[in-house]
Design a protein around this ligand. Sequence first.
Ligand SMILES: NC(=O)c1ccc[n+]([C@@H]2O[C@H](COP(=O)([O-])OP(=O)(O)OC[C@H]3O[C@@H](n4cnc5c(N)ncnc54)[C@H](OP(=O)(O)O)[C@@H]3O)[C@@H](O)[C@H]2O)c1
Length: 298
Amino acid sequence: MQITVVPASPKTGAATVRSLLADPSATVKGYYRDLNKVPAEFKAHPRFEAVKGDVEDAATLDFAGSDAVLVITPPLYEEKDIVAHAHLVAENVKAAVKKAGSVKRLVYLSSVGAQYDRGTGEILSNHAAETVLHDAAPEVVFVRCAYFMENWAMNVETIKEAGFFFTTLTPLDYALPMIAVQDIGATCAAELLATGTPLPARPHIFELHGPRAYTSVDAQKGFEAAAGRSLEMRPIPKEGLGEFYGAVFPPQVAAAFVEMNASYLEGGILYEDPRPTAGEKKYGKTELAEVLKELYGA
Ligand SMILES: NC(=O)c1ccc[n+]([C@@H]2O[C@H](COP(=O)([O-])OP(=O)(O)OC[C@H]3O[C@@H](n4cnc5c(N)ncnc54)[C@H](OP(=O)(O)O)[C@@H]3O)[C@@H](O)[C@H]2O)c1
């Protein structure tokens, strides 16, 4: 089975390629806008081909011969309209799928909360892509992922340098579903390899969580185990999110992160979740402490 990952550059793209290559029946094409960034572990693999292409440019995408496609809308950290950008990327991929004629299944790596058209900040990009991709192939799967455990990577620097870390997950004992990137890769690969197996609906949608929900205190314990010492946690209250994200991101990006972060705290739309994703939930196996240990490099 030939499977295309577009783009393959995000960490979730790499995790999916890794899982796919573990199955001898899969040959994989991965799109990169910069071929110098193809990981060495894939470059030499006989069933992997790196293709130069940019999801922002429809003319560079050619899926002829592919049976299945994994689509990712890469996050933007520059001053662009994130919704318009995700819409463009999804339209480009949809057109390439139609042109190829061979693609039976499209899997979109989406987010918890992608069903909402307001109040979720950055997740509105996933909503925009879902509205375009819902009928892009005979079989369509939306994998709505929980908060990535790898988001905690941003704290490693202050932990190593000064023994503390900021957390925007408050109150500190509030538990949020989280998922490891390697489990996202394994789940997306399984969905792609199941191409041709009947699905209950188009699109078939499920949420992907880790083995349990985790609190900021769990993150502190995990980092302390990795660092081998006690660490100070510095909580950012909901009212302080604007200043916090404004210090590291340009204004539009910061605003999207503030709204997304607030959406899963008490009072936010994802906390209330008035229109939950119907049907099954799937669960990864990897625990937060395992991911934090790896991020820390212990
Ligand atoms: N973080 C979360 O908690 C969370 C939760 C649920 C869902 N999601 C969603 O998950 C998706 C994937 O996130 P991720 O964390 O895997 O992404 P990521 O690793 O942050 O992706 C960054 C990569 O995207 C590539 N990229 C950017 N623009 C590109 C373009 N025009 N063409 C090709 N490649 C491009 C960049 O490649 P270069 O090497 O070329 O610069 C960069 O390496 C996003 O849609 C996000 O909304 C995230």
